[in-house]
Design a protein around this ligand. Structure first.
Ligand SMILES: Nc1ncnc2c1ncn2[C@@H]1O[C@H](COP(=O)(O)OP(=O)(O)OP(=O)(O)O)[C@@H](O)[C@H]1O
Ligand SMILES: [Mg+2]
Length: 601
């Protein structure tokens, strides 16, 4: 799609076509590439609904034939005419549905594609503020809400509008006085809407926010399940989740009551009108202004009109809901925290792997203190550098700056001499291997998890990687080998095995640069040895930044950098730092006291 001169429809949604401040215009823009289908569907709808709209006319004509003592053949002719009108309906209806559904499905596809595209472009900061389950709700529920609204508009709304137009035309032709009467119903509807409009908006927004929170809370509960059960906190957790359900129950009740109060108010108003219409047309018959057939027809039409106005009005609560869904999606589609990569030059291929921090300072947008202060550090290609320091010293922050997840508040990070800010970070990250502190595995096979995102990995290369990651033996022992499904989040693997899968995932990319936030989970000696020797092979010949917690890792580093309170307080080889007996020495002593228990992460 990227090569085509015209951007795809969903790309245009990311280009300003989506404006949550103008939900109606935005809804219209969602169908930008589907206008032909939409107009076609509307036209077919008008045709297919004609027989239903003309029914009272036929009834009125037949009543007139009867009251005037006409022949039965006249009735047959009317019936035949009506039958011919009916004939088109099945075919036209089917085509209508195909066009409408096509347009709607396309809109859903575009909207979801735009959302996913944007979610992949947003910076890490965005995700810190939003819960994953809430985002998932947007992707699924809000898109469905917009789809539901459009369906409602196309069926109920259009039908209401159409009948209103038909009835007004027929009344105008047959009895202009009645047409006037019809016209008072519309302003009455508008007044009703005005009375309810703001409340609808508020209620639907509140309902949506509650639903997002409920989904987020349920997601969290499921994630926390092992911790909850391990601490025997089941009842506290259920009570807390029930609290969220209670809020939804209350809110839902309010929304339902409001919607129904609105519809019964409009029903009451229009039934009063209908009663008045009945009296008025009877008066006209008594004074010989119209025939009985006309009176029957008017009454039928007025009934239809009332149904139509009500149908049309029912679109407005749905509109309020749809507009809210548009606002909700706007939180993603219009989010400002974008990582801007387009148009920037690619990182050099292959990387040499030199990273330089030049007077880098960094504070978190909402952090109280400076997380990093004037860090200056030169990391040579091929060098393995270990960062150590107490918890909160700024190690992860520093590593995130090197990945480009965050931008320095002052100073710069240079990659092979280029400022990271000036590079297309995607081209840089494709050449690095990142092993995060917690290994993220997905519900696929072992092979899929290792080769994640890579298309062609030969069997030989894969086995070599597995051997280097100390996984080969383990995989061979599995009945299904590489094609063993890992279960959700790799539930079937031990901590050490997961780390080695993460190492294999980094190795298979053959990166020039490895960034590793060492896992702090306690491993037994054998497991630690396996992970350690895999790490050594991973870092060989590549520039490596390790946040190190284990002594065994630090020993292999060419240089150790000690961070304290966001500053570099010491650096040198392991032996040099031990001999100096200052910060590092103290940290090391602390670790040897706690022996096998690694530092907090
Ligand atoms: N997203 C954030 N928003 C605000 N402040 C943050 C954020 N992440 C970290 N901090 C703060 O920045 C400082 C450095 O945190 P960082 O995560 O880099 O520490 P660390 O050295 O990796 O610690 P650990 O060994 O515990 O992982 C800490 O004071 C922390 O409270
Ligand atoms: Mg950390």
């Amino acid at each position: 799609m990227q090569n085509s001169p015209r951007p795809a429809a969903w790309e245009r949604l990311l280009d300003g076509c989506f404006d949550s401040k103008h939900p109606r215009r935005t809804l219209w823009n969602l169908f930008a590439d589907q206008r032909g289908r939409v107009f076609g569907a509307v036209a077919l709808y008008v045709v297919k609904q004609t027989p239903a709209s003309l029914m009272p006319l036929a009834v009125g004509m037949i009543v007139d034939v009867l009251t005037n003592g006409g022949a039965f053949s006249e009735i047959l002719w009317i019936a035949l005419g009506y039958f011919l009108l009916l004939l088109q309906n099945p075919f036209v209806h089917t085509t209508f549905v195909r066009l409408m559904s096509g347009a709607l499905r396309h809109m859903q596809f575009n909207l979801r594609s735009a959302l996913v595209e944007r979610l992949q472009q947003l910076s890490i900061t965005f995700y810190e503020e939003k819960q994953t389950s809430a985002l998932q709700t947007k992707l699924l529920r809000d898109v469905d809400a917009i789809d539901g609204l459009c369906r409602h508009l196309m069926h109920t709304g259009l039908n209401g509008l159409l009948v209103m137009v038909y009835v007004t035309i027929i009344a105008l032709v047959k009895q202009p006085l009645l047409a006037l009467y019809f016209l008072v119903t519309v302003p009455a509807g508008v007044v009703l809407l005005k009375l309810f409009d703001r409340r609808f908006k508020e209620q639907y927004q509140a309902m949506r926010v509650e639903t997002e929170q409920m989904n987020a809370r349920v997601g969290e509960m499921l994630q926390m399940l092992p911790v909850t059960r391990a601490h025997g906190l089941e009842s506290i957790e259920t009570r807390s989740v029930r609290g969220v359900f209670e809020r939804i129950r209350e809110r839902g009740l309010q929304v339902d009551t409001l919607t129904e109060f609105f519809s019964s108010s409009s029903w009451f108003t229009f039934m009063c009108f209908q009663l008045a219409c009945l009296v008025f047309s009877a008066w006209l018959v008594i004074h010989h202004r119209i025939s009985i057939g006309d009176a029957v027809m008017y009454h039928a039409y007025f009934g239809m009109l009332i149904g139509a106005v009500q149908q049309f009005l029912s679109v407005f609560p749905a509109m309020a809901q749809g507009a809210d869904a548009v606002r909700s999606l706007g939180e993603v589609l219009e989010a400002e925290q974008l990582e801007r990569n387009d148009g920037k030059p690619s990182a050099p291929v292959p990387l040499r792997g030199e990273i330089v921090f030049e007077n880098v300072s960094f504070s978190y947008p909402r952090g109280r203190e400076v997380a990093l202060q004037e860090i200056s550090l030169q990391i040579k290609p091929g060098e393995t550098i270990a960062f150590v320091g107490e918890s909160g010293a700024g190690k992860s922050t520093l590593v995130n700056l090197a990945i480009g997840f965050r931008q320095p508040t002052a100073g710069k990070v240079l990659l092979d001499g280029h400022d990271l800010r000036e590079l297309d970070l995607r081209t840089y990250r494709r050449q690095i291997g990142v092993v995060p502190q917690t290994t993220l595995l997905f519900n696929g096979t072992l092979r899929e998890n290792v080769t994640y995102g890579l298309e062609k990995v030969t069997e030989d290369a894969l086995w070599k990687v597995l051997a280097d990651a100390n996984l080969a033996e383990f995989v061979r022992a599995l009945p299904k080998g590489l094609d063993t499904p890992l279960g959700e989040s790799g539930a079937q693997l031990s901590g050490g095995q997961r780390q080695r899968v993460a190492i294999a995932r980094a190795l298979v990319r053959n990166p020039r640069l490895v960034i590793l936030d060492e896992a702090t989970s306690a491993l037994d000696t054998e497991s630690e040895r396996l992970v350690q020797s895999a790490l050594v092979r991973l870092t060989q010949g590549r520039t490596t930044l390790i946040v190190a917690h284990r002594f065994s890792t630090i020993r292999h580093a060419h240089r150790v950098v000690v961070l304290h309170g966001g500053k570099i307080v010491e650096q040198g080889t392991h032996a040099e730092l031990m001999a100096r007996e200052r910060h590092f020495f103290r940290l090391a002593q602390l670790q040897s006291v706690t022996t096998e228990i690694p530092a907090a992460g």
